[in-house]
Design a protein around this ligand. Structure first.
Ligand code: 3HC
Length: 312
């Protein structure tokens, strides 16, 4: 039986959104987070990834995160917290076959590797099998939605939903209207994002949308500031936390997001806009990434981390 809390979450969500059946392609950090927040409001969710091991890891990430949420939400009612976790988990299924998973989907959100060709190939194959009314969306952090959508025959039913890490905690979703996204599709994505308890903002299909367009050059400039010898990594982080009220300093944030992800975004923009100094690279980032020091996920980036992801 569903708990009162889940029913309340569901009825609020249903009033706000017609999207109830969600398929998330990619069970990494972002995909798992998107699946989690959708399951909590009663969406039927299927997570797709390449193999059972990755899917098991995704389920385990979600369960741990739900337990953190429950510990706070049901502080004095541990039994209710347990029910909340169990029922949210029961909304989530997994599948290694994307084409089977999308058969009944209202919405497919892709959160896979930031590679245009791989994303295009994925959506091209799903376009052939998904119902005509299924909306497609990408959680890309840097690629143009229009370029991904062009691989399908449903560009009007294709948009962007950009979430932030950690998805259960970050309150924003950027909803992106590409040139061919219909108003109806944009409205459905906007309403669905709000049904997850998030605040949605409307974005044009421009590089980095709003947040990353500001955040990525800012973190890159922090690295260049350090390279110029103007401050230590620790001091720059302290300065931005205490002087600007940011929850993390730029180096902590880059470690958290992943050095490879940040470098990839910057490299892509520099290639497209070589004259813009905001997108200049940095020898230190190149070196760390080439050494596999990618941040929290690899145990070392600008800082070192233990196996719980805590700074050492
Ligand atoms: N699931 C559930 N709860 C979580 C969580 C998760 N994954 N991560 C953190 N929390 C909860 C904790 O349980 C804790 O709850 P409490 O306050 O009741 O104890 C609370 O969040 C705070 O966590 P911590 O005490 O562990 O640590 P912090 O106070 O430093 O908060 C943070 C962690 C929320 C990540 C905060 O540091 C923060 O907001 N950092 C900035 C993150 C940010 O800028 N994200 C955007 C990155 S850009 C991006 O994602 C775009 C992409 O395209 C690159």
């Amino acid at each position: 039986m569903l708990s009162t809390q889940i029913i309340r979450n569901m009825s609020t969500a249903n009033r706000l959104s017609q999207i109830k059946k969600l398929v998330v392609i990619g069970g990494g950090q972002m995909g798992s987070g998107i699946a989690q927040v959708s399951a909590v409001v009663g969406n039927e969710v299927i997570i797709v990834d390449q193999n059972e091991e990755l899917l098991a890891k995704s389920r385990s990430t979600i369960e741990k995160s739900l337990q953190r949420v429950a510990a706070k939400k049901y502080k004095d009612e541990p039994e209710k917290g347990k029910t909340f976790v169990q029922e949210s988990m029961s909304q989530i299924q997994t599948n290694t076959d994307a084409e089977t998973a999308v058969q009944n989907a209202d919405l497919v959100v892709e959160a896979i590797v930031e590679n245009l060709k791989i994303k295009q190939d994925l959506f091209k194959s799903l376009d052939a099998v998904a119902p005509a009314n299924t909306i497609f969306a990408s959680n890309t952090s840097s690629l143009p939605i229009r370029d991904i959508a062009s691989s399908t025959k449903r560009e009007d039913r294709f948009g962007g939903v950009h979430f932030f890490n950690p998805v259960p905690m970050m309150k924003l979703v950027e909803v992106i209207k590409a040139p061919n996204t219909s108003q109806e599709t944009f409205d459905a994505l906007f309403t669905w994002s709000k049904s997850l308890g998030k605040t949605a903002v409307s974005c044009k299909d421009t590089p980095g949308f709003l947040v990353n367009r500001l955040l990525v050059p800012y973190t890159a400039e922090a690295v260049r500031l350090y390279e110029r010898g103007h401050g230590s990594i620790k001091d720059i982080d302290i300065a931005m936390k205490l002087g600007a009220g940011y929850p993390m300093g730029p180096f902590e944030l880059t470690d958290y997001v992943g050095l490879d992800t940040c470098k990839f975004i910057l490299d892509g923009w520099r290639e497209a806009m070589p004259d813009n100094p905001l997108f200049d690279g940095s020898p230190l980032m190149d070196k760390l990434v080439s050494e596999g020091k990618l941040g929290v996920k690899s145990g070392e980036g600008f800082y070192k981390y233990n196996n719980k992801g805590q700074k050492m």
